[in-house]
Design a protein around this ligand. Structure first.
Ligand code: KIV
Ligand code: ZN
Length: 508
């Protein structure tokens, strides 16, 4: 059987989702979970893009033990140097160099001729090869590139030392027949003494990213690029969990193997959903809340008689735990630590204390603490740990004429408190106006979303906000989790405001 490699770009292309920003600690946590899931290569970031990206790629390079760690670079020497610097501690480093090859990109974006593009590919892939044993090249917008020119670009990259060729459907324009045929054409026509890995990279603008990736495999690709839960620019990228499960369930057809540990799928997906703040639609394939629910009488009857009648994937296959025992008010520290271990977290002593305290507080308010509650607690703890300012308190009072007043206090790392009060036409507006005063900024609230983390009236609320800086137009998210919706809303806004302030001062 052929082996298909999995290349995860959740932390690079996935983080290009508007409003999604992971901090370094979260990125390392995600990277280690992806390693557990069994990916071959992680694209940890774009080191030249920002200090934050550089720091995260460096940290992941140091933390990864079995997977290859890749960094993205444009066809520019300074990008390649920066990627080299960030990846110098990686056990298995790889660089990913890209340059657009379609007419529209060359003419309008790059303002380069075909010959100039070929020369730039040659120069920069050769330069990258002096520093990295593994060089990947991507002709951006490959699927809208003239086929003959695409072949020339790919051949140039191979001649210059690239051993991995990725064919991006950058704008999600292709379809399975066309995309598969493109791989067939390139594979039949390239010349190389070395073995070349062909990789697919699809976007989901027309809803065909997974189908296109599978068509690439059918036509000789032996690497798949994508993200967990399909997050990414616009409609997102190929959802890697969909490809992994499709290859498993239809191995009779695809005849391929890979290293993915399917049992870790749900946990991986949950982690990304929580840290990105992008919740998973209930009807999403593989990991959606309804993926294993059978509603109609006929279906239920069939499943009770034999699950195979309507269930092609069992929840156990992807680690959906249907009978996990919840913790409660009387659960002790030992039960808590054991449960966290079951959930994949071996907590250091210093981490147990604050988390257990939060667990106890929550258990006072909520009868049953489910896995989702516990995972949310850890995610919130990691996020709050990276934030320099925290919500210290919120007080609300009715003013007059339907206005609400809020007094908000925020504590910094030294324990100093800043306080402000403001009014608004509703409680949330009053709280947010007060926080704006504390941070002395006026961001635009682009999105505000509340999700109940579990079922039941006593569910914890998760609030995600996306703020935009009016000057730079940069967007940043904040996530707050609390039993109380207003507290969760305030926490999310404080977090986003702090990050936005840092970003703005970095830009200046
Ligand atoms: O979609 C795309 O073209 C990309 C490249 C950088 C590979 O993400
Ligand atoms: Zn992409």
């Amino acid at each position: 059987m052929r082996e298909i490699q999995f290349f995860d770009t959740t932390l690079r292309d996935g983080e290009q989702t508007p409003g999604v920003n992971f901090n370094t600690k979260e990125k390392v946590q995600i990277a280690l979970q992806l390693e557990k899931w069994g990916i071959d290569t992680i694209e940890a970031g774009f080191p030249i893009a920002s200090e934050g990206d550089f720091e995260a790629v460096t940290a992941i390079a140091k933390a990864a033990t079995t997977m290859t760690v890749a960094g993205l670079a444009r066809c520019q020497k300074k990008d390649i140097d920066r990627a080299y610097e960030a990846l110098q501690h990686a056990k298995f480093p790889q660089i990913h160099v890209f340059l657009a090859t379609s007419d529209v990109h060359m003419q309008y974006k790059l303002k380069m001729t075909e010959d100039q593009v070929l020369a730039a590919i040659w120069e920069h892939v050769s330069y990258a090869k002096e520093k990295f044993a593994k060089v990947q090249f991507s002709p951006e917008d490959a699927t809208r590139t003239n086929k003959e020119f695409l072949l020339k670009a790919v051949q140039t990259a191979i001649d210059a030392g690239a051993t991995i060729i990725n064919i991006p459907d950058t704008v999600g324009y292709s379809n399975p027949n066309e995309y598969g045929a493109l791989f067939k054409y390139l594979l039949a026509n390239i010349k190389s003494e070395e073995e070349i890995i062909f990789s697919s990279h699809c976007h989901d603008d027309l809803g065909m990213a997974t189908a296109n990736a599978l068509a690439a495999i059918e036509n000789g690709a032996n690497r798949i690029e994508g993200t967990i839960n399909g997050i990414g620019e616009r409609a997102g990228n190929t959802a890697l969990e969909e490809v992994a499960v499709a290859l498993h369930i239809r191995r009779d057809f695809y005849q391929c193997e890979n290293k993915i540990q399917l049992k870790e799928t749900k946990r991986t997906s949950d982690l990304i959903a929580r840290l990105s703040g992008i919740s998973i639609p209930r009807n999403k394939a593989i990991i959606g809340g309804n993926a294993y629910a059978h509603e109609s009488g006929i279906h239920q009857d069939g499943v009770l008689k034999n699950p195979e009648t309507y269930e092609i994937i069992t929840p156990q296959l992807v680690g959906v735990n249907t009978n996990s025992l919840p913790l409660g008010k009387l659960s002790g520290r030992h039960a808590f630590v054991t449960k966290m271990e079951e959930l994949g977290y071996s907590l250091a002593e210093a981490e147990v204390k604050p988390l257990f305290k939060r667990f106890k507080n929550l258990a006072d308010k909520k009868k049953q603490i489910t896995d989702a509650d516990l995972l949310a607690l850890v995610a919130d703890q990691v996020r709050q740990g990276e934030t320099s300012l925290h919500l210290a308190g919120v007080q609300l009072q009715y003013v007059s004429n339907g206005h609400q007043g809020a007094i908000v206090s925020v504590r910094d790392k030294k324990g100093e408190i800043k306080m402000a009060s403001a009014i608004g036409s509703g409680s949330i507006q009053a709280i947010y106006n007060s926080i704006d005063q504390i941070f002395e900024q006026q961001p635009v609230l682009i999105s505000y979303e509340i999700t109940a983390l579990t079922a039941g009236e006593d569910a914890q609320a998760q609030v995600q906000v996306i703020l935009e800086c009016p000057q730079t137009k940069k967007r940043i998210n904040g996530i707050g989790i609390d039993f109380d919706v207003l507290e969760a809303s305030a926490k999310a806004y404080v977090q986003a405001s702090g990050n936005l302030k840092n970003l703005f001062s970095e830009d200046k």
